[in-house]
Design a protein around this ligand. Structure first.
Ligand SMILES: *Cc1c(COP(=O)(O)O)cnc(C)c1O
Length: 396
């Protein structure tokens, strides 16, 4: 089908809730994407961080093919072998607890909200404090929990029981807590909110405050998780373990799957009848997630992120010295943001024209999130395009 027809079908038949870039991508491999005209792009924002291992990673493709021929789906009222193995593996790389499987980040956060409310029900507490500028999903509860009014305002009345604290401020958090508060949720590095990194002292103080006040601490690692920051999970940089963690995006390497990991005693509050998801953790999705975890291990991808980011971040800082339009370089590992003094929209478009795909969030923050296994030569190539595009766009 030709490009014009595809776009026509979109206009006629697909609900227009996404703003569209003018591209039809038809093939991907590793850090590369090809559009319908055969032009090749280096992808440093693969699938909104879903394709964290790059496009169509070999071992994930193989695992999916093997599983699709064996058993695609059985429901959760039966035991599923690959789900059992996948859960064990997730616990081994995170913290002692249990896993609930679902299909997306929002659904994982919904599960976390429900689990927090179950925990609070014995003491009549239900309120959850999230952070300003956070992002937790688009369902009615998660969009309410998202600390950005622009996303939830059109959908009033919103569910009750949410409040918003300033990121990185323990005082602000304390001022939000009352006798109804049961939990605090935070992204250790805010993604959509503009790559804002939590301070170590803050997260340590937050953990302590939650312990002292019987509040659950929830980390939304939907974007930071699965190696993005150079550890399996961002919490491992801080030595601060949450009570509940939510995952999605890279977890399935391109296949839809989400998960909530909860400490054992809390997890056991969920009993038959309290929560469910028809597709959650089906054999196909779990085979993909298991292959993602095995690939990260086998190919030493965490080490790759740590080594290459130690080269890449200083290189970006050098660009900051050269181009006064760059206000700040932020992030950990391969979760990076380049904040500009101006809107980043035309810069990101310029990069695209030059063959590099990036993302712009909060108008001025350019998100740079290369696939975990990228080679140094291609990282250099991406950097060169960033540098050239800065020159073209902001030449003084
Ligand atoms: C993307 C994202 C979500 C929502 O995930 P969906 O799969 O789109 O529902 C939630 N939290 C964070 C931090 C995210 O980046």
């Amino acid at each position: 089908m030709d490009e014009a027809t595809i776009k026509q079908y979109y206009r006629d038949y697909v609900i227009g809730c996404y703003s569209k870039e003018d591209f039809v991508f038809v093939r991907g491999r590793g850090p590369w994407l090809w559009d319908i005209n055969g032009k090749k792009y280096l992808d440093f924002f693969p699938g909104w961080a879903v394709s964290g291992l790059g496009h169509c990673p070999d071992d994930v493709v193989k695992a999916i093919i093997r599983q699709v021929k064996t058993l695609m789906h059985v429901a959760n009222n039966y035991y599923i072998d690959v789900q059992a193995v996948c859960a064990k593996k997730l616990i081994e790389i995170s913290f002692d607890g249990k896993v609930f499987f679902c299909n997306s980040g929002a659904e994982a956060n919904e599960a976390a909200i429900k689990l927090c409310r179950l925990y609070g029900s014995k003491t009549g507490r239900y309120k959850i404090i999230s952070m300003k500028n956070s992002f937790h999903g688009r369902t009615l509860a998660t969009v309410t929990m998202t600390g950005q009014e622009k996303y939830s305002a059109p959908f009033v009345p919103l569910p009750d029981g949410f409040a918003y604290a300033e990121f990185n401020s323990i005082d602000s958090l304390k001022s939000c807590v009352d006798e109804k508060t049961v939990a605090v949720i935070i992204e250790p590095v805010q993604g959509e909110g503009g790559i804002n990194v939590a301070d170590r002292e803050y997260l340590v103080a937050l953990r302590k405050f939650c312990d002292e006040n019987d509040l659950l601490l929830v980390f939304d690692e939907v974007q930071t998780g699965m190696g993005r920051t150079g550890h399996w999970f961002a919490f491992q940089h801080y030595g601060v373990t949450p009570d509940i963690m939510t995952l999605a995006k890279t977890l399935g390497g391109g296949f839809p799957i989400g998960a909530m990991v909860a400490k054992r005693s809390i997890a056991d509050l969920m009993v038959p009848g309290t929560h469910a998801s028809t597709f959650g953790g089906n054999p196909l999705a779990c085979s993909a997630a298991l292959a993602v975890m095995n690939t990260i291990e086998k190919q030493n991808l965490l080490e790759n992120v740590n080594t290459l980011s130690q080269w890449f971040i200083p290189e970006l800082r050098k660009l900051q010295k050269k181009f006064s339009v760059i206000k700040e370089i932020r992030g950990i590992g391969f979760m990076l943001g380049m904040e500009l003094n101006v809107s980043g929209k035309s810069f990101v478009e310029r990069c695209r024209k030059n063959g590099l795909l990036l993302n712009c969030t909060h108008d001025t923050v350019v998100r740079i999130m290369p696939p975990l296994g990228i080679k140094k030569s291609l990282l250099k190539k991406g950097l060169k395009i960033i540098s050239t595009s800065l020159k073209e766009e902001f030449a003084s």
